[in-house]
Design a protein around this ligand. Structure first.
Ligand code: MFK
Ligand code: FAD
Length: 495
């Protein structure tokens, strides 16, 4: 007799069979903007389905670093996975990044709709894309005309041959949350050229053509206010500059296709982005953009996990019925869906808000300033929880590598760690609530709620702000107790 064979999950089309994103775009975007966007979303959805087949049918590969060639020359060559090789072509063709820098309040929404569909298939090529977007945003904010002219045409290019990726070199051995002890030094050579000397401990876009790096100008004082932000380029034509040395690729829990490297800078030429101090302040626009990417990508991971879990529930039987007809299994999936939909709504609200603020809605800046750390910390944690629950919904199969499922959980664990851990972002939300920020926030929230028609939701949000105000009053004088409760406050506000 034939042994029983279980059917695996089928991935519903991430765009054509998708309800939430359709509803959001139908509700928000003028019809005149839809034709180009919908064509890109359909193509990115097709790519996502193809990539899911590839994940489940081929042996996984990691990037490979070859440091020396056969004749002893240092080459530091990195071979990338197929998705990474396709990345520049696909993303420039469909304006995944460039869309966000088009004029108008919808630019970011249209960008992040693309990111949402592309992310899981991209094998975290979205990580350097996010940093490139962040670098473009920080360079624009700096007003440095020479750099704007030099770098932005590459970062925002729609031509793969012209397109450059940018890294974000902040973290060092001594600290990633706290960069104030940064050891990398910027020194001027005899020709007046700044050069960086030091070691960066996590560099995720090491195959990129550029980076923004924190460094301490030689002779500057200690602490973070004395750090400067520098722009570097990594390539001389086809060859990596000899002053950039890749020590090794990290062996990571997840994001395994993403080459994250430890690097040495041995006099790499560099250009200050702005004044030769306050580098953290100058890099902040980059952080806020990459945190928004993190949120949208976390939501995309949740969507993938739930979509597969829901499909499987129609194919797997237990106790005489498909799982979906078991009331408790159906309820478990429904609870996951509800949490996911909340996170989706918040992430895309922030995406739209970013576009509005960048296009002149200054009165909403305080709201964006608060919601950015909140959406990042909320979605990061939720992605881990929902991906774990989704694996469980496959039973033992969820634990088996060549189903393609365990990777979802491993990858999700990165969202709460990089780009500011949950605690660091909770503390960042205190910055956003401090002083004048709170009054501006209240006004922005009142405006925002005036557009809605859900009185219960408005009352909940106003109530959470009142609770935050009371919390700040109660603990404001005692920094230690203020910080100790910051995570609880951040989660209350995010919810
Ligand atoms: C696929 C998904 C896409 C995601 C891709 C991600 C790729 C991942 C790669 C990385 O992980 S890159 C490294 C990311 N690193 C971090 O996120 C650093 C985490 N640490 C922090 O966020 C700290 O809060 C920070 C280093 C930014 C500041 O800590 P400090 O030393 O306590 O700084 P301080 O003195 O409070 O702030 C300095 C200035 O920056 C202040 O302004 P002023 O100089 O005007 O007073 C702050 O207000 C300002 N600032 C800090 N954070 C800000 C900000 N301004 C605006 N927005 C923010 N978020
Ligand atoms: P630590 O700061 O040592 O944190 C340890 C713990 O202490 C955490 O739980 C944290 O929440 C907590 N903590 C720290 N400070 C406080 C505080 N004040 N109050 C309460 N709790 C606190 N960095 C880059 O610059 N560029 C990159 O391209 C890059 N790529 C990365 C890729 C991957 C896959 C990973 C995992 C990391 C990458 N990073 C990169 C580094 C990342 O940004 C840092 O690891 C992260 O910001 C945390 O810093 P840390 O490792 O120093 O942790």
């Amino acid at each position: 007799p034939m042994a029983f064979l279980q059917e695996g999950p089928q991935l519903a089309h991430p765009w054509h069979d998708e309800r939430l994103l359709h509803a959001l775009l139908d509700r928000t975007l003028p019809a005149s903007r839809r034709a180009v966007l919908d064509a890109d979303l359909a193509a990115l959805g097709d790519y996502a389905q193809m990539a899911w087949q590839r994940v489940t049918e081929t042996t996984r590969r990691k990037p490979v670093l070859t440091r020396w060639d056969a004749w002893g020359r240092r080459v530091d060559r990195i071979e990338l996975t197929a998705a990474w090789q396709e990345g520049p072509h696909l993303t420039t063709r469909h304006a995944v990044l460039a869309a966000g820098h088009a004029p108008g309040e919808y630019a970011r929404l249209e960008e992040f709709a693309r990111v949402y569909l592309y992310h899981v298939a991209s094998e975290f090529y979205t990580c350097p894309l996010a940093m490139t977007d962040g670098a473009a945003t920080a360079i624009k904010a700096s007003g440095n005309a020479a750099l704007i002219e030099r770098a932005l045409p590459h970062f925002l290019s729609r031509d793969p041959a012209q397109f450059w990726l940018s890294g974000q070199w902040m973290t060092e051995n001594i600290g990633g949350s706290d960069v104030s002890h940064t050891e990398t030094v910027a020194r001027r050579d005899g020709d007046g050229q700044w050069r960086l000397h030091g070691r960066k401990w996590f560099s995720s876009a090491v195959v990129g053509e550029a980076a923004l790096a924190l460094a301490r100008p030689e002779g500057a004082s200690e602490g973070n206010a004395a750090l400067a932000l520098f722009y570097v380029e990594t390539m001389d034509g086809d060859r990596r500059k000899p002053e950039l040395i890749i020590d090794r690729l990290k062996d990571k829990l997840g994001t395994q296709e993403l080459p994250t490297a430890e690097i040495h800078l041995d006099g790499l030429p560099a250009w200050p982005v702005g004044e030769l101090a306050h580098g953290v302040r100058q890099v902040a626009p980059m952080l806020n953009v990459t945190r928004t990417w993190n949120a949208v990508c976390a939501v995309a991971s949740m969507a993938r996990a739930i979509s597969l879990a829901r499909d499987y529930a129609t194919r797997r039987q237990a106790f005489g019925r498909p799982l979906i007809e078991q009331p408790l299994h159906a309820q478990t999936l429904a609870d996951m869906q509800a949490e996911f939909e909340g996170a989706f709504a918040l992430a895309f609200e922030v995406a739209h808000l970013l576009g509005r603020v960048e296009n002149g809605a200054a009165h909403e800046a305080a709201l964006l300033r608060l919601l950015t750390p909140l959406v990042k910390l909320w979605t990061g944690k939720l992605a881990v929880k929902l991906c774990s629950e989704a694996l469980e919904s496959f039973g033992g199969a969820g634990y088996i590598e060549d189903t393609g499922l365990p990777q979802l959980l491993r990858d999700a664990q990165v969202y709460p760690i990089w780009e500011g851990t949950t605690n660091v972002l909770s503390l960042d939300s205190l910055r956003a609530l401090a002083g004048e920020g709170f009054a501006a926030l209240r006004m922005a929230v009142d405006d925002w709620l005036a557009d809605g028609d859900d009185a219960a939701a408005a009352a909940a949000i106003t109530g959470a702000l009142d609770a935050a105000a009371a919390y700040l009053d109660r603990h404001g004088a005692d920094r230690a107790s203020l910080e100790a409760g910051a995570r609880g406050l951040a989660f209350t506000l995010a919810r």
